[in-house]
Write a protein that binds this ligand. Structure first.
Ligand code: WTA
Length: 651
């Protein structure tokens, strides 16, 4: 959790920004009574949202709540790809741009709804030809190219369950996710672009597949061609372009039960093993479609740009399913924000006339560092709404975003949610909610949240506690794939009947929520979730390491940085070369996103008498604070000594 000084600073924040009158006048949600109406009957509220989708078979029951399992829209049948494509193609959106794609090297592609529909149909038929059936799992390991949403929607069309693995994950991380899901097909690319360099996805996939026997076929997109020659396994590999060339565009959508899984997405938790979060078809689609429309104030003519990677939940919900379910135009960008220069995002906004821009606080802080002269060079007058997601936004970054990107005109929606919630839970509604820099404001209509103490009782205004969700919501995760016991234990056992988010929060006198960061062993680096235990397991996997304790320490740019305290095996000398080697080892085991920022060698780690490492004290050391309570330590001298050594080494 953030330090106390930062809590106090947050609560001193008294600036308020009312919705601009011209924005409010034509807002999608303009009537503030929506909160009370939804609170009076949340099920009716969500049922109305669900009915905006096209159902092959209407649902007969809204919610069956058998804690901790919820079923929504029972008896209903629908198809997510049909809702994202066919119903628009049959109407006036047929030739509207569905996806505007911008490649990192400067190539681009626009797919209308009609064209996207054909591509999805073709690839759906390819999957069928490869033997994929309803309920089978397909792992997708692709860069940010149009084939990624095409492959997802093709799975949805035939009722296969996709599991997208972020392209920055290592071969080993990919292998573990394939094996957990028991995927029969892997979709990948020869390579992907990142800051002018190539990421060898096919080589990683080959390495992963040496130990992932469930995969029978690999479909390979040719993204970079001759620049990245690939090893070919003819018995297993097919080129995407060859497979779709011979494939018919027509593929009937599979009518899915509302509760049939739509996808699995792995995320980090408090143990070393990532969790496969399972999302349903009807509830998930209802949640993302409703929140995209309301939170992003979506109008028919809008060009909407979310800068996330589709490998994370933000991309699933707010690049693919939410915008497409609404028939919107969604922009996707393949590469890095500083390639070829630091004005790239604003060049994209100008080029396509982007109206709604959704990004992460860490990206805003990077822009602050690069300086306002970058956005100042571009015409950003098309922007009318800005959003943030992924981590708490500090008021300075909020104000900078407001001033230099929104040019003081546009509302900002700070949206709190998680992989598990599927859709945004706490956020302003931009036409009616006055915002305060740094606060995600209020739970959305139909969402019930609270902040509770150790005993599960609501805390008073300004007091810190655990953020919980107190009623089921349509887009909630249904389980952890293959491990329902873990689902129960992780989210529902601490406070029975309440969903534990893992975040700390405070609520102020106006009922506004201030998110304070994770209170469990999950760290948030540049908006990416990483489990401390995952990094620890990767470290102790190295032959030189005896024990490791990993914490997130505050970082100006990334929100949190990864700090590792490592004890070496007896005969191994500490050295800078070994630090570098350990960092590289973690990157190779998990992916570059988990590479520790600091490694500190120590002879001993602070432990309780029962042998538990006290990470809280390590955080105090790394953040330069006075040590908290040390009375439960087996040997309080260890931590004092460690603090002195750390301060000497790190200055
Ligand atoms: C954090 C990303 C503060 C939080 C959608 C949560 C936030 C975790 C915000 C989920 C926000 C996300 N303010 N914190 N607006 N949005 N978080 O699963 O700690 O990758 O638990 O989902 O990000 O990360 P995840």
């Amino acid at each position: 959790m953030a330090s106390d000084e930062r809590f106090e600073a947050l609560l001193q924040e008294h600036r308020r920004f009312a919705p601009p009158p011209d924005f409010a006048a034509r807002a999608v949600v303009a009537d503030p009574t929506i909160y009370d109406k939804a609170a009076a009957d949340p099920e009716a509220f969500w049922a109305e949202e669900a009915r905006r989708l096209d159902w092959f078979e209407p649902f007969r029951e809204i919610l069956r709540w058998d804690p901790p399992h919820a079923q929504w829209f029972l008896g209903g049948r629908l198809n997510a790809a049909y809702n994202c494509l066919d119903r628009h193609i049959q109407g006036p959106r047929r030739n509207k741009a569905a996806i505007i794609w911008e490649g990192e090297p400067g190539d681009s592609r626009v797919l209308t709804y009609d064209q996207l529909g054909r591509e999805v149909g073709k690839f759906a038929n390819v999957l069928k030809r490869l033997g994929v059936k309803k309920g089978d799992r397909v792992t997708i390991y692709l860069p940010m190219i149009p084939e990624l949403p095409i492959a997802m929607l093709a799975c949805a069309r035939i009722g296969a369950v996709h599991s997208v693995v972020f392209g920055g994950f290592s071969a080993e991380a990919l292998r573990d996710r394939i094996n957990d899901a028991q995927a029969s097909v892997l979709v990948t690319a020869d390579a992907g672009w990142r800051r002018g360099n190539l990421i060898p996805l096919k080589a990683n996939a080959d390495a992963a597949l040496r130990d992932a026997p469930s995969v029978r076929h690999t479909v390979v997109v040719r993204r970079v061609g001759d620049r990245a020659p690939v090893d070919w396994h003819p018995e297993r590999d097919v080129w995407w372009h060859e497979a779709v060339a011979a494939s018919p565009a027509h593929c009937p959508p599979e009518p899915m039960d509302s509760e049939d899984p739509l996808f699995i997405l792995y995320t980090s938790g408090t143990t070393g093993k990532p969790k496969g979060i399972v999302h349903s078809t009807g509830g998930y689609l209802t949640g993302v479609a409703a929140t995209t429309r309301m939170v992003f104030d979506l109008h028919e003519e809008d060009v909407y740009f979310c800068t996330a990677d589709i490998g994370w939940v933000t991309g699933h919900s707010y690049i693919v399913y939410g915008p497409l379910a609404n028939g919107a135009t969604t922009v996707m960008y393949e590469g890095s924000p500083d390639w070829p220069d630091r004005g790239r995002m604003w060049a994209i906004v100008e080029k396509y006339g982007v109206n709604i821009y959704y990004t992460a606080p860490t990206a805003i802080r990077a822009q602050m560092r690069w300086g306002p002269e970058w956005p100042a060079r571009y015409d950003l007058s098309s922007l009318r709404l800005l959003g943030t997601v992924g981590e708490p936004i500090n008021p300075e970054a909020w104000m900078w975003y407001h001033e230099h990107i929104g040019r003081g005109r546009t509302p900002i929606v700070d949206t709190w949610w998680q992989t598990e919630t599927g859709a945004i839970m706490i956020s302003p509604l931009p036409g009616i909610t006055a915002t305060k820099p740094g606060s995600a404001t209020r739970p959305l209509p139909g969402v019930s949240a609270a902040v509770v103490n150790e005993r599960g009782e609501p805390v008073g205004p300004g007091e810190g506690g655990y953020l919980v969700l107190t009623r089921p919501w349509p887009s909630m995760l249904r389980t952890i794939y293959g491990d329902d016991e873990r689902y129960r234990a992780q989210y529902w056992s601490r406070f029975p009947g309440m969903y534990l988010t893992g975040d700390g929060a405070r609520v102020d006198e106006d009922g506004y929520f201030w998110l304070l960061g994770r209170v469990d062993d999950v760290i948030n680096v540049s908006g990416h979730r990483i489990g401390t235990m995952e990094v620890e397991s990767a470290l102790v996997d190295h032959a030189a390491v005896a024990e490791a304790a990993v914490i997130g320490r505050h970082d100006e740019l990334k929100g949190q940085a990864i700090a590792a305290f490592v004890t070496l095996k007896e005969s191994v000398p500490a050295s800078d070369a070994l630090k570098a080697e350990l960092k590289a080892h973690v990157a190779q085991k998990i992916g570059a996103l988990a590479r520790p920022d600091d490694i500190f060698f120590t002879a001993e780690l602070p432990k309780t008498r029962s042998g538990k490492i006290m990470r809280r004290l390590l955080r105090d050391i790394a953040e330069g604070r006075a040590l908290g309570d040390t009375t439960t330590l087996a040997d309080p001298a260890v931590v004092q000594q460690l603090k002195a050594q750390y301060e000497e080494a790190e200055g």
